[in-house]
Every structure is written in C-alpha cells, then in structure tokens.
Design a protein around this ligand. Structure first.
Ligand SMILES: [Zn+2]
Length: 55
C-alpha cells in the first residue's frame, strides 16, 4: 500500500495516510488534527528530514 505524507499549513503538523492511487486521486485530503484542507503532500521527504536528526 502506498504511504503518503502530508503537511498541514493550518496547524503546521505532518500526518501520514495510506491510500491507493485511485483514492488519492479522488479524495480531498483533510488534516486529521484540525480538519483543514490546506494540506500539502510531502511524500517521503519529511521522513528523510526527520531521520537526519538521529544521524
Ligand atoms: Zn491541521
């Protein structure tokens, strides 16, 4: 299953969703923290940035 990472501009939090490509195309992604639709897809870049902290 593809795993998508998102960043919410409204509450400045990241979250991940597991979606099929079809679901991703069809669904409007909303932030699970605040319900905002002002989200940006981050792919795996966020986990790469986060993992640098432990390096
Ligand atoms: Zn949010």
């Amino acid at each position: 299953m593809p795993h998508y990472e998102f960043f919410c501009h409204a509450c400045k939090k990241t979250f991940a969703k597991i979606l099929t490509v079809a679901e991703h195309e069809r669904e409007k992604i909303v932030c699970p923290h605040c319900g905002s639709k002002n989200v940006e897809q981050g792919w795996s870049a966020f986990s790469a940035i986060t993992s640098k902290k432990s390096a």
